[in-house]
Design a protein around this ligand. Structure first.
Ligand code: ADP
Ligand code: MG
Length: 617
């Protein structure tokens, strides 16, 4: 055996640990969720590596987690027989922060102890959360496949450094022992532990076992106590949540599962749980978060959707399972059809995975359509357009479960009673979703041609009639003027700039609605949408605006005459602006302003040109 090696924590870990141990903790119990989820991940990893190398199972084929405590020693131990850690892995994984989520978290720290403590409670910080309740943690582990003398003991008091030793360990896997702080007595109690496990870990597909206890009468006049019986029993349901029938899953369980897979602390906005049958069969449980994550704009972010094959975790390659414009979706897809032993690379190319991706894309779009529909129904009923019976609002489950029952071939559930949800909280959900993710969704116009029309229907904009981002193309079309032949829009950096653009003067005068687009992505995305439902889209800042029959004959004539009269002036202006402008012409589009810039039809807008210039192009 070699001597103990002392190693310092990576600076960020030390900083994090300081925070964990020095902050009052409102949500202590999450440490158990984090440690059990690590145990479960370790078992998932063994299952995955075991596909190609069954010898890794050694002589313990059934994977499990055991939670035990020792009142006298004041220790709590979470042990698994998963993949385990080699010495080097223990040093690397328990001494540094590799997780991007935790790094993001670190960057959010404000230095204000109270605010930061709250942040940790929300994020959870994985393994290190053990130090919330422990002043010393000992980890003993042996990696599956390594000989018994290559075990490792890792130990730390949660200050600047940790120690590692070589140990002999017959048992594969990892046990994490927490030496509890004085104020963490409550975790030396079976009832309390079961309660916390039930709350956070019921959906873990692995049995979590605890030793049965029996009441024993006191001896020699000592009061009685609970004694361990040596018999272990499962304390969780141990079936992967998504494999259970929907009727057996409560809204809280769905929400809790969402939080564990997403590392989000808020409830999801909506979810959809289905078994899809057909040529490729799979179960999907997809969630729409209520809030955009910090890394929404980071294209290398970790994936939101995990692929399982018969409950074995295979990959969470973002793009193989969800198109980029739906990268905010979280969830699980479990397929029974895919071969377990193909490489991840091959899987990404597989037809079945492509079918799953398409099916899941459609599912998400129909969830969004449903939210939009409920919102519209509520708005209409508020405006008195639909009579919702007695006018009582009907309470809906929170959050909304958008689809129900098993559905074949991914068909969108037909006309659901939208009015049922009118007037309640669901009303605002689409707007909430859109405020967080609308700009991402727009990328779909350029990315997913097959679903372009469905995506276009889901888009919302502000317009000259309303400042709120609530006008869909369909709404716009429904209020178009008699004789109006195009959907007009303007792109600008801000709502104020859009609204005050001289290019809108004529439209204002004529009372023609113009959509105001202020997202950076609008200009690019709109390039991919020539028309909506047969009506062309027309930028008011491009080319000569022809309002067709909406324009007075007299006005047109006056303009033509003016063009004649001012021909010499125009020629001079053209000459003077030769290097800068392609053409100078008399226009009818202005009412109050003397002049404005327009872009040639089919040309790059001034907005896009400015963006490219900023980007150095
Ligand atoms: P995360 O689980 O998100 O990766 P954690 O801080 O919870 O972050 O854990 C850090 C790393 O430590 C894990 O990625 C894993 O490599 C290792 N680890 C933690 N617990 C175990 C365990 N029970 N068995 C094997 N490895 C573990
Ligand atoms: Mg973890």
């Amino acid at each position: 055996m070699t001597a103990t090696t002392k190693l310092p924590f990576q600076a960020e870990v030390a900083q994090l640990l300081h925070l964990v141990t020095h902050s009052l903790y409102s949500n202590k119990e999450i440490f158990l969720r984090e440690l059990i989820s690590n145990a479960s991940d370790a078992c998932d990893k063994l299952r995955f590596e075991g596909i190609d190398n069954p010898a890794l199972y050694e002589d313990a084929p059934s994977l499990e987690v055991r939670v035990s405590f020792d009142k006298k020693a004041r220790t709590l131990t979470i042990a698994d027989n998963g993949i385990g850690l080699s010495k080097q892995e223990a040093i690397d994984n328990l001494g540094t922060i590799a997780k991007s989520g935790t790094k993001d978290f670190m960057s959010k720290l404000s230095g204000d102890q109270k605010a930061d403590a709250q942040l940790i409670g929300q994020f959870g910080v994985g393994f290190y959360s053990g130090f919330i309740v422990a002043d010393r943690i000992t980890v003993e582990s042996r990696r599956a496949g390594l000989p018994a003398d290559q075990g490792v003991r890792w130990a730390s008091g949660g200050a600047g450094d940790f120690e590692v030793d070589d140990i002999e360990r017959a048992q594969r896997g990892t046990s994490v022992t927490l030496h509890l702080r004085d104020d963490a007595d409550e975790y030396l109690n079976a009832w309390k532990l079961k309660q916390v496990i039930g709350k956070y870990s019921d959906h873990i597909s692995l049995p979590i076992l605890m030793e049965k206890e029996e009441w024993k009468e006191g001896e020699n006049d000592q009061p009685g106590d609970m004694v361990k019986t040596g018999e272990w029993e499962p304390v969780n349901k141990a079936s992967a949540l998504w494999t259970r029938p929907k009727k057996d899953i409560s809204a809280e369980q769905y929400a809790e599962f969402y939080k564990t897979i997403s590392h989000d602390y808020e409830d999801p906005l909506a979810w959809s749980h289905n078994r899809v049958e057909g040529s490729t069969e799979y179960t999907q449980l997809l969630y729409i978060p209520a809030k955009a994550p910090m890394d929404l704009w980071n294209r290398e972010k970790t994936a939101g959707v995990k692929l399982y094959v018969k409950r074995v975790f295979i990959m969470d390659d973002a793009e193989a399972l969800m198109p980029g414009y739906l990268r905010f979706v979280k969830g699980v897809i479990d397929s029974a059809d895919l071969p377990l032993n193909v490489s991840r690379e091959l899987l990404q190319e597989s037809r079945d995975v492509k079918a799953i991706r398409e099916g899941s894309t459609k599912r998400v779009l129909s969830m969004l359509e449903d939210l939009a529909k409920k919102q519209k129904a509520a708005a209409d009923s508020a405006a008195g357009k639909i009579d919702v019976g007695s006018g009582e609002s009907v309470p809906a489950p929170e959050p909304t479960e958008v689809t129900d029952v098993v559905d074949k071939n991914d068909a969108v559930p037909a006309a659901e009673a939208a009015a049922e949800f009118a007037g309640d909280e669901d009303a605002g959900k689409y707007a909430k979703f859109y405020a967080e993710f609308g700009a991402v969704l727009k990328e779909g116009l350029g990315e997913d041609f097959g679903n372009r029309e469905r995506i276009a229907k889901l888009l919302r904009f502000a317009s000259t009639t309303t400042d709120t981002v609530s006008v869909g193309f369909a709404d716009y079309k429904a209020r178009m003027k008699e004789g109006q032949e195009a959907i007009y829009y303007i792109t600008a950096d801000s709502l104020a700039a859009a609204k005050n653009s001289p290019q809108l003067e004529l439209f204002k005068k004529k009372g023609i609605e113009v959509l105001l687009m202020t997202d950076r992505v609008d200009e690019w995305a709109l390039n991919y949408l020539q028309d909506f439902d047969g009506t062309p889209l027309q930028s008011v800042a491009k080319g000569a605006v022809d309002l067709g029959t909406l324009q007075d004959e007299a006005e047109k004539k006056a303009a033509e005459e003016a063009a004649e009269t001012f021909k010499p002036v125009l020629e001079k202006l053209k000459e003077a602006l030769k290097a800068k402008a392609q053409d100078v012409r008399v226009t009818t589009r202005l009412v109050d302003s003397p002049a404005c810039l327009v872009v040639q039809d089919g040309g790059m807008s001034t907005q896009l040109a400015r963006m490219l210039k900023q980007a150095g192009q």
